[in-house]
Ligand binder design. Structure first.
Ligand code: BV8
Length: 245
């Protein structure tokens, strides 16, 4: 495997830092076989765009279609394993007194890799909520209804993720923004930087003096604002970075 060139300044900044923020997107799970948002949807879903299905309006209009889309994604996530990129972040976390991992991903792979205290900005695909009450529903009657219905009020269940047009969980967003304001280095990994307010976090960190490092094989709207860009797959770059620190 060709060693990725990690600039000395990246190593120096990460060695000197005490407070580090990591923001991850779908790209860190790509090497686990979980499709990213910008990858063309495969098979049955090829004719839909994720932004069209991941909305409360889509669910209200066609609950079964949206539920089945999440069932398909849940199956992919259940078969996926954390990859070397996820594991490298577990090693990195142990180096810092103040390390905050914030993810846009709903696949739960960071926690499965062993990361502690993961801030999930957009929820978790393995959870269900009552569509009417918004409250978590753990076990639910397996009746014939698709989507299943809330055992308390009979409304449909929905996946416990944040849809487009929905507010992010207040506490998660507050913790992410606090970390962005205090971090000395921010690593933005595997995100297209298109979805807000998550995409604003590295810029908030930069505005508060943080050194911004982007890990992504392609350019994003963050790239011009990054101090260093490590162009390549997270599953290759992050283990090298962790080993060199
Ligand atoms: C909000 C969970 C306000 C669901 C997701 C109209 C009304 C309201 C809001 C808006 C509006 N118009 C615009 C907005 C704002 C909107 C937004 O930003 N839209 C975009 C499309 C313009 N945001 C929202 O709606 C947010 N809410 O603003 O609420 C509000 C406030 C108060 C009260 C009411 C409302 C909610 C956004 C959250 C949406 N939910 N996910 C689900 O999963 O089904 S977003 C989803 O896409 C992901 O979670 C992620 O956050 C986002 C972007 O995906 P990425 O993670 O970046 O992945 P992507 O595929 O895009 O890119 C992958 C990257 O990885 C690429 O760059 C690729 O190069 C790289 N890569 C590939 N392989 C690798 C790699 N990198 C490293 N290694 C590799 N191997």
């Amino acid at each position: 495997m060709v060693a990725a060139l990690i600039p000395e300044e990246v190593l120096a900044r990460l060695r000197a830092a005490e407070r580090v923020l990591v923001l991850t997107g779908a790209g860190i799970s790509a090497e686990s076989g979980v499709p990213t948002f910008r990858d063309a949807q495969t098979g049955l879903w090829a004719k839909y765009r994720a932004e069209e299905l991941a909305t409360p309006e889509a669910f209200a209009a066609n609950p079964r279609l949206v539920w089945d889309w999440y069932a398909w994604r849940r199956e992919l996530v259940a078969q996926a394993e954390p990859n070397a990129g996820h594991r490298a972040l577990v090693a990195l976390e142990e180096r810092y007194a103040d390390f905050q991992l914030v993810t846009q991903n709903v696949d739960g792979l960071h926690a499965r890799a062993g990361s502690s205290d993961v801030v999930e900005l957009h929820g978790n695909i393995t959870q269900n909520l009552c569509f009417a009450e918004g409250t978590p529903v753990d076990a639910h009657a397996h009746g014939s209804s698709v989507p299943p219905r809330c055992p308390r009020c009979g409304a449909y269940l929905r996946p416990g993720v944040v849809w487009f047009g929905e507010a992010l969980p207040r506490e998660a967003l507050a913790r992410a923004e606090q970390a962005a304001r205090r971090s000395e280095v921010v690593l933005s990994i595997g995100t297209s930087g298109l979805v807000h307010p998550a995409a604003g976090l590295p810029l908030t960190a930069r505005a508060h003096g943080a050194f911004v490092i982007e890990v992504n094989p392609t350019a994003t709207p963050l790239t011009p604002h990054a101090d260093q860009v490590l162009s390549g797959p997270a599953g290759q770059i992050l283990p090298e970075l962790a080993a060199l620190l």
